[in-house]
Design a protein around this ligand. Structure first.
Ligand SMILES: [Zn+2]
Ligand SMILES: [Zn+2]
Length: 358
């Protein structure tokens, strides 16, 4: 921060009035219309930037994501058609008299089940509204900001240049107001700090469609922020993070479940019940099954939204050798007890089946 005070030749404890006055004097000195030195334009920009930062005028940068975008339709409750309307983002607005809004981003954590089945979530999003104290005019008394003194409120200036024996006027954007036509010096509204809008949060409900994955994002138009008090509203970009699952591993569009067998089951064969995201199923298996043997069940994995195909479910059997101390001295009945010793992961699976039975 000290750097910006240095640019304006001020101490770090300078008041807002002193900042304003220093800016006024320096901007006059280095204004490219007045100062013809070749470095004056850069110096002027540096001064203006420092002034804006020290008076909290700088805007938040436009944020965007490189993910693929999907059209979002909304009503009071935000709804959208996730996979059918591919939406290409562009910056064009029908009415250029209104500045574009600022996009905002949010990340939502969802479970694998929520991503598979779709879900409805209530979320708090960043929001801003026109300041009702100054009515968006940014000034302390709510009156409109005066016209820029450098360009007389035109937003541009003319520079005289000689071409051969003639002088021509070259039109250029005003360096002081950046073409906004308004003076950059005014007493700021204390309620919004001269921004013209106040920050808040808004609670909205969104429907997250079935098949949502990490790389997806939703764009909800008009749920972003105002960049200026009466600008358009930007878009809200919702990113997703799917939480790691306790039982299933995601491999592309396939799901894998490691299913631990008791030794007795592995030796004798039998039937087990196993969970999937579409409910539980039964699977028979032959005697003498080995650890790592798999059953691949097509169509029980995750939906691939581009091909509309569903991946596989891989049921992989595992066996853990029970650790029995002094097995030589054990009675057969003890060994039998060990072979049926509870497997923690197996209990987890049984619990999951029970909780997800409809
Ligand atoms: Zn205000
Ligand atoms: Zn101007």
């Amino acid at each position: 921060m000290k750097k910006y005070y240095d640019i304006l030749n001020l101490n770090t404890n300078a008041t807002q009035d002193e900042i304003k006055s220093a800016y006024r004097n320096l901007s006059k000195k280095y204004h490219p219309d007045i100062n013809k030195d070749k470095d004056s334009e850069n110096k002027f920009k540096e001064i203006k930037n420092a002034y804006e930062i020290l008076t909290n005028k700088s805007k938040s940068p436009f944020q965007s994501s490189n993910n693929s975008y999907y059209e979002a339709k909304y009503t009071n409750e935000v709804k959208f058609d996730f996979f059918n309307d591919l939406f290409t983002y562009n910056d064009s607005y029908p009415n250029f008299s209104k500045p574009p809004g600022t996009d905002s981003q949010i990340k939502i954590e969802i479970t694998l089940e929520e991503s598979f089945n779709g879900c409805r979530k209530k979320i708090d999003i960043d929001w801003n509204d026109v300041c009702n104290k100054c009515n968006g005019n940014k000034t302390i008394d709510g009156s409109p900001i005066e016209a820029c003194g450098h360009c007389s409120g035109n937003g541009y200036t003319y520079q005289r240049k000689s071409i051969g024996n003639n002088f021509v006027g070259i039109k250029q954007r005003c360096f002081d107001c950046q073409g906004s036509k308004k003076s950059s010096i005014y007493d700021r509204c204390t309620s919004c700090n001269g921004r013209g809008f106040v920050k808040s949060t808004k609670n909205i409900t969104i429907d997250i469609p079935a098949g949502t994955k990490n790389e997806h994002c939703l764009i909800i138009k008009n749920y972003g922020l105002l960049s200026e008090p009466y600008s358009y509203r930007g878009s809200l970009i919702v990113n997703f993070e799917i939480k790691k699952h306790d039982l299933f591993t995601v491999e592309g569009f396939s799901l894998r479940l490691k299913f631990p067998l008791y030794w007795k089951e592995a030796l004798l064969g039998g039937e087990i019940e196993f969970p999937t995201l579409k409910g539980s199923f039964k699977q028979k298996f032959e005697p003498f099954i080995c650890s790592g043997e798999k059953v691949v069940l097509p169509g029980l994995g995750l939906l691939d939204p581009s091909s509309r195909k569903t991946g596989d479910f891989i049921l992989e059997f595992t066996l853990e050798t029970p650790k029995i101390e002094n097995i030589q001295n054990c009675a057969i009945s003890d060994v039998d007890l060990y072979l049926n010793k509870t497997i923690v992961d197996r209990e987890k699976i049984d619990k999951y089946i029970k909780e997800n039975k409809k």
